[in-house]
Design a binder for this molecule. Structure first.
Ligand code: PLP
Length: 377
């Protein structure tokens, strides 16, 4: 089996998580809306999972809504802010995930929403002074949407500072926290935030289940109508086994946060040290110290015939990593994130993202393989 260093794309389902899910795929099959014992059993498991999520965020259970994905949660926020909260201006950045960027384009095109993108430096840091200046203009209802950590280069925003600026200037604040939920503690009482989104498959839970935290003082209207599930916010019979899995996966992630984090940081440091000893002209994209997601390392290499296809060549060597490149109409383009930070077109970058399941052996083999591809060993 390939060495898996693409944990920012998705993570393997933990065995412990699968174990708690199985009964909700088998004997606990009741419809959670049914009032009989079969239904109540499943309802109670869903509400337990909701409480787990709420507890870890220091939110109340009524502020957590389960969705099919973080993509759905992010769409709910942006579209709902415009339709239900009267937001006419959104401040964001060009390195957000496509589920944010494409929704912003849609809102600009169809609803005339003014979207302002913050300047980014070469490492992907937002210009916080520019954000402050923009927020001081309070002439129209404003939402700020900024991802907590970028999925390709790992650069983070100072969530607390941004939330303070938004609070001071009466703007709504949404953060796509998909890459940090379960890796960083977020306390919504300390760091006031209107909305945040998470996705179970990024923290060793199942795919197809996510959640939205919506501050209790903020009310969006439902966008899917039907049986009134999720307290009328999102109709449709709940993905009970997914929700149960999400709750367990998040609980494990926060309970084991410090040990997982220490393991990952140690692997990341070993990787950097090894690469620096093996590859000449090595660079990194994104922050490396402050405001840096410890689980991601984006390595930038001189462009050669072999590094041009670095992810493909790593794959052949038995290593799964990601370049973030997109292929459309037969042409391969650098990702929008690399464009947004004005990355050097004469270099090729590859993202490695780590898990506590990786081993030192994985790291050493990858260093060796990458050095071969670059041609320095
Ligand atoms: N936001 C970020 C930063 C992501 O990395 C991803 C997943 O790739 C998403 C949103 C979308 O999450 P989901 O797969 O739950 O739709």
């Amino acid at each position: 089996m390939n060495i898996y260093l693409d944990n920012a794309a998705t993570t393997p389902l933990d065995k412990e998580v699968l174990d708690v899910m199985i009964p909700y795929l088998t004997e606990n099959f009741g419809n959670p809306s049914s009032i009989h014992a079969h239904g109540r059993k499943v309802r109670s498991a869903i509400e337990d999972a909701r409480k787990i999520v709420a507890t870890h965020l220091n939110a109340s259970a009524g502020e957590i809504f389960f969705t099919s994905s973080a993509t759905e949660a992010n769409n709910m926020v942006l579209q709902g802010a415009v339709d239900d909260l009267g937001v006419t201006r959104i401040i964001s950045s060009r390195m957000e995930h496509h589920c944010i960027l494409h929704t912003l384009e849609f809102l600009e095109d169809t609803k005339g929403v003014k979207v302002e993108y913050l300047d980014l430096d070469k490492k992907g840091n937002i210009d916080i002074n520019q954000l402050e200046k923009l927020l001081q203009d309070r002439s129209e209802p404003t939402l700020v949407t900024l991802m907590h950590a970028n999925n390709e280069v790992g650069t983070m925003i100072d969530l607390h500072k941004v939330s303070e600026l938004c609070k001071l200037n009466e703007a709504y604040f949404h953060s796509d926290t998909v890459q940090t939920i379960g890796k960083y503690k977020i306390d919504v009482q300390e760091t006031q935030i209107s909305f945040l989104a998470g996705s179970a498959h990024k923290f060793y839970g199942p795919k197809g289940i996510g959640f939205l935290y919506m501050n209790g003082d903020t009310k969006l209207k439902p966008r899917i109508f039907g049986g009134g599930q999720e307290r009328n916010m999102r109709a449709g019979t709940e993905n009970a086994y997914g929700i149960v899995g999400l709750g367990k996966a998040l609980d494990l992630a926060y309970t084991e946060l410090e040990t997982r984090k220490a393991d990952i940081i140690s692997l990341r440091n070993r990787f950097k040290k090894g690469l620096e000893g093996a590859i000449i002209d090595l660079q990194y994209l994104g922050n490396q110290e402050e405001l840096c997601n410890y689980a991601v390392l984006n390595v930038s290499l001189p462009k050669t015939i072999k590094t041009e296809m670095v992810a493909f060549n790593l794959d052949i060597a038995g290593i799964s990593a990601s370049t973030g490149s997109a292929c459309s109409s037969g042409a391969v383009h650098d990702s929008h994130v690399l464009e947004a930070i004005d990355a050097d077109p004469n270099r090729k970058s590859v993202r490695f993202s780590f898990s506590h399941h990786n081993t030192e052996q994985d790291i050493d083999k990858t260093i060796e393989a990458l050095a071969k591809i670059v041609g320095t060993s």
